[in-house]
Design a protein around this ligand. Structure first.
Ligand SMILES: [Zn+2]
Length: 403
């Protein structure tokens, strides 16, 4: 018996689950979750469900500390993977008339090779450019009349700078029409800029190496959410704290079960990505349900008075208010009820202005936070450089409840 089965059997036994308990799709919620730790702790091949002789490719995640996650593929897994990336590209309009420059890292990262084979399956002309060497990338855009790209969004802005150094106008002198972008979070305002600078349609995709690669979901022409390929992945949304399954349209953590994976099938895998799943008709005609663009990561979440609060939500509200700087700290006190205090720096001008200006700004921030978070908060506006700088959740959040 393969080790992956032993691991799952142990997990099922731990929760007292027997084979006869699983009769239909609703019984899925009885199955325990699989997590990144399960994969890490069974490094390298503990989660394999086939003999090693059937594994034809390995990738790994980019684990910066400790063991990475190993991803294994059978021949069939690779065919399915190519089929799914082809489906993603076809959804954004790539076909045999396109010249497709794939500017995502090849090697161990799943983004490069994943889309390479998908584009070939569509009979597009594929340029396996990989990342880096920007002048050469731009020269190929021009000389090979590239029409479609796959890239990290921020890299495209670097390309725009290099275009201007090379006296190339990205709209007049190039032939780009569409692009699929991912591998880092990017907002709709970045989309607008990308589309303006290059004269293209820019689409988001979603995926994770644990499923195969960036092939789980993609935006269609409507750009109103990403169609998730429900014939390959069974998607659920759960409350990240209680683990309870949530209704269609509710925001929570995406949990995926692979339906076709052979080498490393995963049952109820917790992606740690926060989104909304909705099975509504889309005007593009694709029948697969849609997830919203990612709304955060469970690592960025705190629970206050029973409500899940994401740092990204707080940041979104604060950064839209003129006069407020991007340095903030969240303090949670427990008195009778949890109290959420948000300390945020304002610009020097505002801080030195009339007290009335500060009060108006504080009221505005509190009102807007209340609307978005559904929680009353106390905003304290402080002078510039008074909050210690530092990235990451630990510095941003001071939680007196856990002390
Ligand atoms: Zn659609």
């Amino acid at each position: 018996m393969h080790t992956a089965m032993l691991i799952y059997i142990k997990k099922f036994k731990d929760v007292g689950l027997r084979p006869e308990d699983i009769k239909d799709i609703d019984d899925l919620t009885k199955l325990p979750f699989t997590t990144k730790d399960n994969l890490r702790n069974n490094y390298p091949f503990g989660m394999l469900a086939v003999p090693m002789k059937d594994v034809v490719r390995l990738h790994t995640s980019s684990g910066t500390t400790g063991n990475p996650i190993v991803l294994a593929y059978t021949k069939k897994d690779l065919e399915n993977w190519a089929r799914l990336t082809a489906r993603c590209l076809s959804t954004i309009g790539v076909n045999e008339n396109d010249v497709f420059q794939n500017m995502i890292g090849y090697h161990m990262f799943t983004g490069g090779l994943g889309y390479h084979y998908g584009a070939e399956l569509l009979n597009a002309t594929v340029i396996p450019a990989g990342s880096g060497n920007t002048r050469r990338q731009v020269k190929m855009f021009k000389d090979f009349k590239v029409t479609a790209v796959h890239a990290i969004p921020s890299y495209m802005f670097h390309i725009a700078d290099v275009c201007s150094e090379m006296n190339i106008d990205p709209i007049q002198d190039l032939y780009l029409k569409k692009g699929i972008f991912g591998a880092e979070p990017w907002s709709n305002s970045i989309r607008d800029r990308l589309e303006d600078v290059f004269g293209i349609n820019a689409y988001d995709n979603y995926g994770l190496s644990e499923m195969s690669g960036p092939d789980v979901a993609v935006e269609c022409e409507c750009k109103g959410g990403l169609h998730l390929w429900s014939d390959y992945f069974l998607a659920e949304i759960i409350d990240p704290v209680s683990g309870e399954r949530l209704e269609d349209g509710e925001k929570g953590e995406l949990v995926l079960t692979t339906l076709c994976k052979e080498a490393m099938p995963l049952i109820r895998y917790r992606t740690r990505d926060i989104t909304i799943l909705a099975d509504e008709e889309c005007s593009c005609g694709i029948k697969h349900p849609r997830i919203s663009r990612l709304l955060g990561r469970t690592d960025d979440m705190i629970v206050v008075r029973g409500t899940n609060v994401f740092l990204s939500q707080i940041e979104d509200v604060l950064l839209k208010i003129p006069g407020i700087r991007d340095n903030y700290q969240i303090i949670i006190n427990r008195d009778v009820m949890d109290e959420l205090i948000i300390k945020v720096e304002v610009t020097k001008d505002i801080f030195n202005d009339e007290p009335f200006t500060l009060l108006a700004l504080k009221n505005r921030a509190e009102n807007e936070l209340r609307t978005v978070l559904n929680l009353k908060t106390t905003v304290e506006l402080v002078e510039p450089q008074s909050i210690p700088d530092g990235p990451g959740k630990t510095k941003r959040i001071v939680d007196f409840r856990s002390i």
